[in-house]
Design a protein around this ligand. Structure first.
Ligand code: DGT
Ligand code: CA
Ligand code: CA
Length: 603
């Protein structure tokens, strides 16, 4: 049987939820599977592996005995009887229909029942033939919109979210370290550049016995199909659908090969141009200089630093390698010294059981401390989000008391909880809770959770108006996008950034792997305008706190340095900045890049 990772278990739970929903099952049951999918998908420890090693399943919030038994069943067999049963009632491909904007369970059911539609291709065919509009509840306009969405979906190459790719990449790298003679195994490509999604994995192995590596790779239990294989390279499709390219090089070429396979392609081309100007040739084996009688002499390649040095550059961190100005910055020795995970001293966005989180205040506090954080802001949803059981002023007041009490107990233990709220920005730009209660909080995180489709001018005005509140501290997930599933809402981000500057407000970089919002380009824009970024987990479980590393990756792609990040500050400094923001003082004081141009980033 193919080994199962958390993302596979999550996918099965998601599929069960979809199929149950199409069958109009009890909504609570559907929700239980959806929540379980999210929880399992977010756990950073491989559950199937733990089970195989005879370890007990860790306590997972919201996962009762029934779901835990299903996890064990999937870990042991790769599937569950429930899913098999549902597949007998409904075709598996039908769940893809739910991913099409405008198609809910009701419409999917109608399409299946009346038109026998089972796949996206069949849906496109039915729409083209004008059969969809004949169904009750579908108009010609709806049909056209569905067809357009299906075609867009079918032609788009599938990409995998970074955090999901990590679940498959890391065990594979571990496995390839096993054969005798293997030196390094490095995950290159977009994965190393920490791109929010990856198209495929690029694995580089150093060894003087490439045959052994190739043989080991071919035997990897997750390989579904070998697409190509040669003496030093192979490509395979994994059971998860992820494609992997493996390359073996001798140890002395490691740096050159890492540089080549990390890309991006645009960055490589720009570096190659620099090399040519110096009369050098650069490829995955090294950097070469022409010698007498057409011979070549290798001048670099063992480490990436030697490769960069050969073309006259300092080391450029992988996250910057997009040919987006990093080569010019490197030439001028003005590369940013990028923020690191260890620079974060706190987390400014988290939920508990009081709303849609799964852990208690205490559990969240202790988990944050375990990760080395000094403070954690509890920011529940406000009352407008009824589905998440959002807080009204009375419940906020109650939580304030609970946090005060817990902070008293935790005093001197290295972790402080901050009192916050993730308050809804209503359609008219007012906040969902009165000033009288916001004034009692340490910080206020404002967020849009409804009416994503407002026209640009109105959506922008809505957010700008909300930012006029003197209590507004951080704008959460500023674009609202969900990676690969929901477009950002249409707003003028530059206006929002400038407003944040004027008001002393920070912008969140939400580290949840489905959001990673701000995007890298907007991070750069915010930095240029002198606005601070809050790298926040938006944790709904203790496990979610570990997503901060993906947020830091995205921040690095956005050229963000330690000084650009609000939560790299000490608690005292953080409080000072929030008070200044309340007074409407612009731009939280930020050292204007004293280090710039002198410090070099390290490998
Ligand atoms: P992905 O997989 O779509 O998320 O993006 P990458 O960047 O991982 O691209 P991929 O897997 O096609 O190739 C891995 C790296 O190999 C890429 O970042 C740079 C290098 N590479 C691939 N093709 C070329 C090429 O034609 N020229 C150069 N200079 N480098 C290339
Ligand atoms: Ca790749
Ligand atoms: Ca590739």
């Amino acid at each position: 049987m193919t080994p199962v990772h958390n993302a596979d278990i999550a996918r099965i739970f998601e599929e069960i939820a979809d199929l149950l929903e199409i069958q109009e099952a009890n909504p609570f049951r559907v929700r239980a599977y959806r929540n379980a999918a999210r929880t399992v998908g977010d756990v950073r420890r491989d559950l199937a592996q733990a089970i195989a090693e005879g370890k007990p399943l860790p306590k997972l919030p919201g996962i009762g005995a029934d779901l835990a038994a299903k996890i064990e069943e999937i870990a042991g067999t790769g599937t569950t009887k429930l899913l098999e049963k549902l597949h007998k009632q409904l075709p598996p491909a039908i769940t893809a229909l739910l991913r099409i904007p405008g198609l809910g369970p009701k419409r999917v059911r109608a399409l299946h029942r009346n038109l026998k539609v089972q796949t996206l291709d069949q849906l496109a065919e039915a729409a083209r033939a004008g059969r969809v509009r004949e169904l009750p509840g579908f108009a010609a306009k709806t049909e056209a919109a569905i067809l357009q969405a299906v075609e867009a979906h079918l032609t788009k190459k599938q990409r995998v979210k970074l955090a999901v790719a990590a679940q498959y990449a890391e065990p594979l790298a571990e496995y390839l370290r096993k054969p005798k003679g293997v030196g390094e195994v490095v995950l290159c490509g977009s994965f190393r550049r920490m791109k929010e999604t990856v198209g495929d994995l690029d694995v580089l192995v150093t060894s003087n016995a490439p045959e052994a590596v190739m043989a080991q790779f071919a035997k990897y239990p997750e390989v579904r199909e070998m697409l190509a294989s040669g003496p030093t390279r192979a490509s395979a499709l994994l059971a998860s659908g992820l494609q992997v390219d493996v390359r073996v090089v001798p140890a002395e070429s490691l740096g050159a090969a890492m540089h080549y396979f990390t890309g991006s392609k645009a960055h490589n081309i720009a570096v190659r141009r620099l090399a040519q100007a110096k009369g050098l040739k650069i490829n995955e084996y090294g950097v070469f200089k022409a010698a007498k009688r057409g011979a070549e002499r290798r001048v670099a390649g063992e480490t990436e630093t030697t490769v960069f040095k050969a073309v006259g550059l300092p080391f450029i961190p992988p996250e910057l390698r997009e040919d987006a100005g990093e080569i010019e910055a490197a030439r001028r020795d003005e590369l940013p010294k990028l923020v690191e995970l260890g620079d974060l001293r706190g987390d400014l966005h988290a939920h508990t059981k009081a709303t849609d989180g799964k852990n208690t205040l205490r559990e969240m506090a202790l988990a944050a401390r375990t990760l080395g954080l000094e403070y954690l802001a509890i920011t529940e949803h406000s009352r407008h989000i009824a589905m998440a059981h959002g807080l009204d002023p009375q419940r906020v007041a109650k939580q304030i008391d609970e946090i005060d009490q817990l902070n008293g107990e935790l005093e001197g233990k290295g972790i402080t909880l901050l009192k916050g709220i993730e308050v809804d920005i209503l359609e008219d730009g007012t906040l969902d809770l009165p000033d009288s209660i916001l004034a009692r909080l340490d910080l206020v995180v404002g967020a849009v959770h409804s009416r994503f489709n407002l026209p640009r001018a109105r959506q922008t005005a809505r957010i700008l108006a909300a930012m006029d509140s003197p209590y507004f501290t951080i704008l959460a997930h500023p674009s609202g996008r969900l990676i690969e599933s929901r477009e950002p809402y249409d707003v003028d981000m530059l206006k929002i950034i400038r407003k944040a500057k004027a008001r002393g407000i920070a912008l969140e970089l939400n580290a949840h792997p489905e959001r990673l919002d701000l995007s890298d380009t907007h991070c750069r824009m915010a930095k240029e305008e002198g606005v601070l970024i809050a790298i926040s987990s938006d944790a709904h479980t203790t496990f979610d706190l570990e997503n901060l590393r993906f947020g830091v990756g995205q921040a690095r792609r956005g050229w963000i340095e330690k000084a650009d990040v609000l939560n790299t500050r000490s608690l005292t400094e953080l409080r000072r900045l929030i008070v200044r923001g309340r007074a409407g003082e612009s731009g939280p004081a930020r050292p204007r890049r004293a280090a710039r141009g002198r410090k070099r980033s390290k490998a």
